[in-house]
Design a protein around this ligand. Structure first.
Ligand code: MG
Length: 203
């Protein structure tokens, strides 16, 4: 399986990192070794001194497809969850300034924490769903899927023009504003609407 992630998909987040609002989706990949599941602890790697959390809604692809139209994109994911796109912001800033790829900042081991997945039909309105992150009981990110620049369907249509989507692939759909650093000892908890899907420690 592969993990596809969308950057700068919420205007307020693009702005907080002084990035332009993109005209096309910005995408990058994480390998399967990036997965961190079952609310296992995240260990801060020694190569970065500025690991950031980015809470995102994650789609789980349920069948193979290429050149998927927006109209049929809803048939390609039945379950959604939450994930943290852990980012070595110091490495990313250096690579961005040199025009280099982001993999070392984004694709390292356990950089893709994911929750259990729930049927999208359980949500009253997937396209207007709240999701929020608390750290040590304090709300840090409070987003809503209605503020996405590119919808789930637009993302699937765009990505599948270039890369075949396969059953089990995950798509991280971008983070709202409020990103920041994690520290050893932090507890991260996240909710999609009223369902708590993430609860794990930083070590
Ligand atoms: Mg992200």
């Amino acid at each position: 399986m592969k993990i596809i992630a969308i950057g700068r998909n919420y205007a307020a987040h693009a702005k907080e990192l002084n990035n332009p609002v993109p005209e096309k989706p910005v995408i990058f990949l994480k390998p399967d070794t990036a997965l961190l599941k079952d609310n296992k602890a995240f260990y801060i790697p020694d190569f970065s001194s500025d690991i950031h959390y980015e809470l995102e809604v994650v789609l789980k692809i349920c069948k193979e497809g290429k050149h998927i139209s927006e109209k049929f994109a809803p048939k390609y994911y039945e379950e959604v969850g939450l994930g943290i796109d852990f980012t070595a912001r110091d490495i990313q800033a250096e690579h961005k300034s040199k025009g280099l790829p982001w993999e070392l900042a984004k694709a390292f081991d356990h950089s893709a924490a994911v929750s259990n997945f729930i049927p999208k039909a359980e949500l009253q309105d997937l396209y207007s769903s709240n999701f929020k992150l608390q750290i040590n009981g304090e709300t840090r990110q409070d987003g809503n899927t209605r503020n996405m620049l590119f919808s789930f369907e637009q993302i699937i249509a765009f990505v599948s023009k270039y890369i075949t989507l396969k059953k089990g692939d995950l798509i991280f759909t971008g983070t709202p504003e409020g990103v920041g650093q994690v520290k050893a000892g932090d507890k991260l908890e996240a909710w999609l609407e009223d369902q708590q899907l993430l609860s794990f420690d930083i070590k």
